[in-house]
Design a protein around this ligand. Structure first.
Ligand code: ACO
Length: 329
C-alpha cells in the first residue's frame, strides 16, 4: 500500500505581464530577460482576488480529475508564502470556498518547495492510514510581494496555482519516495523583511519598500543548482533507480539557466526537462504543480512513466520526489 496522486489540476489568472510591459516599468530589455532567465511572460492575479481564489479553482479541477466530490476530501494542506492574510490559513479559506466542513486544514511555508513538501506531508498521513483523500494546494500571488521598481526581481515572478488529490493506492502507481531538506542559515538570501512579528507594518516599512521580496540572485543561483541536482541524486540513489529510467524531470521554473545547469550536472537530456517558464516565470510553490499538470495534460507524462519533481526556494528549502505516474482504470 502506498500513496498516489489520483487527481491533478491547475489554474493561472488571465492577465498577462509581458517583457514589453516590464520594459516600460524598469530599466530592462526583452533580450536581457529572455537570455538571462528564459521568461517571456507571467500571469497576474486581479486586484480583487487572492491566493485562495486561485487555489480554489485549481482544487476544483483536481477534485474533478480524481472523480470525487469536494465533500470526500478529508484534509486540506495549502502550500503558500503569499496567503490571503497572516491568519486564518489560506487552507481554511479554500475549505470554506469549496463548502467542505469538519476536516483539518493548514498552511505550510516552504516557498518554491511547498508543493513537494505538501505532497510528502499528505503521503505520510495517507500511508499511516489516518486519512485518505488529502487535497494539496499550492497557491501563490507572487506579484503581491514583488517590487515593480526592482528590475533584479520583478522580471522573474508570476501568479498561479496547482492542486492534487493524494489517495491510498494498492497498485504500482504512486509516489515512491521523497527527499526534503532545508538550510535556514541561508534564509537572508531570499526574504520579505517586513509584515511579520519581527518588523510589523509602519509608515517607514512601507516607504522603504520592506514588504517586498529581497533576493541575492547570483548566490541563490549557485546554491539552487547544487541543491536541486543533489536532491534528485539522493532520492534516486536511496531507491536504487538509475537516472536513465526517468521519463521526465519536472523542475522548479525559476530560471532556464538553472534548469540547464541541473541537467548538465545530472547528465540528463534537456529534452526530458519539462519547461513552461517562458509562459509563467516563477510561481513559487505553484510552479512544479502547474508544470506537472501541463505535462500530464499534454501527454508528455504518460501512464507508467517514472517522473521526478524537484524544487528549490526560500528558507532555503529544497525537495525532490519520484512517482510512477498513473492510476488504475
Ligand atoms: N534587466 C537588465 N539588467 C539586469 C536585470 C534586468 N531585469 N536584472 C539584473 N540586471 C543586471 C544587474 O544589475 C547586473 O548589472 P551589473 O553587471 O552592471 O552590476 C547584471 O544584470 C548581472 O546581474 P546578475 O545578478 O549577476 O545576473 P544573473 O545572471 O545572476 O541573473 C537572476 C540574475 C536572473 C536573478 C539569477 O541570478 C537567478 O535566476 N537567480 C536565482 C533565483 C532563484 O532561484 N530564486 C529562488 C527561487 S524564488 C522563491 O523561492 C520565491
Amino acid at each position: 500500500m502506498g500513496s498516489n496522486i489520483t487527481g491533478i489540476g491547475s489554474y493561472v489568472p488571465e492577465e498577462v505581464l509581458t517583457n514589453a510591459d516590464l520594459e516600460k516599468m524598469v530599466d530592462t530589455s526583452e533580450e536581457w530577460i529572455v537570455t538571462r532567465t528564459g521568461i517571456k511572460e507571467r500571469r497576474i492575479c486581479p486586484g480583487d482576488k487572492a491566493a485562495s481564489d486561485l487555489g480554489t479553482e485549481a482544487a476544483r479541477r483536481a477534485i474533478a480529475d480524481a472523480g470525487i466530490e469536494a465533500s470526500d476530501v478529508e484534509m486540506i494542506i495549502c502550500a503558500t508564502i503569499t496567503g490571503d492574510m497572516i491568519f486564518p490559513s489560506t487552507a481554511c479559506v479554500i475549505q470554506n470556498n469549496l463548502g467542505i466542513e469538519n476536516v483539518p486544514c493548514f498552511d505550510i511555508s516552504a516557498a518554491c518547495s511547498g508543493f513537494i513538501y505538501g505532497l510528502e506531508i499528505a503521503r505520510n498521513f495517507v500511508d499511516n492510514g489516518r486519512y485518505n483523500k488529502v487535497l494539496v494546494v499550492a497557491a501563490e500571488c507572487m506579484s503581491r510581494v514583488t517590487d515593480y521598481k526592482d528590475r533584479s526581481t520583478c522580471v522573474l515572478l508570476g501568479d498561479g496555482s496547482a492542486a492534487a488529490i493524494v489517495e491510498r493506492s494498492d497498485s504500482n502507481f504512486g509516489i515512491l519516495d521523497t527527499y526534503i531538506a532545508a538550510c535556514g542559515k541561508f534564509g537572508n538570501l531570499l526574504y520579505v523583511p517586513a509584515g511579520g512579528s519581527r518588523m510589523p507594518a509602519t509608515h517607514e516599512t512601507v516607504e522603504n519598500r520592506l514588504h517586498y521580496m529581497k533576493m541575492e540572485g547570483s548566490s541563490l543561483f549557485r546554491i539552487a543548482v547544487v541543491a536541486m541536482g543533489e536532491a534528485v541524486k539522493k532520492v534516486l540513489e536511496k531507491n536504487k533507480i538509475g537516472i536513465e529510467h526517468l521519463s521526465m524531470i519536472i523542475p522548479h521554473q525559476a530560471n532556464i539557466r538553472i534548469i540547464q545547469a541541473v541537467a548538465r550536472m545530472l547528465n540528463f537530456p534537456m529534452e526530458k526537462m519539462f519547461l513552461n517558464i517562458e509562459k509563467y516565470g516563477n510561481m513559487s510553490a505553484a510552479s512544479v504543480g502547474v508544470a506537472l499538470d501541463e505535462a500530464v495534460k499534454s501527454k508528455k507524462v504518460k501512464k507508467g512513466d517514472l517522473v521526478c519533481m524537484v524544487s528549490f526556494g526560500a528558507g532555503l528549502t529544497w525537495a525532490a520526489n519520484i512517482m510512477r505516474w498513473g492510476k488504475d482504470d
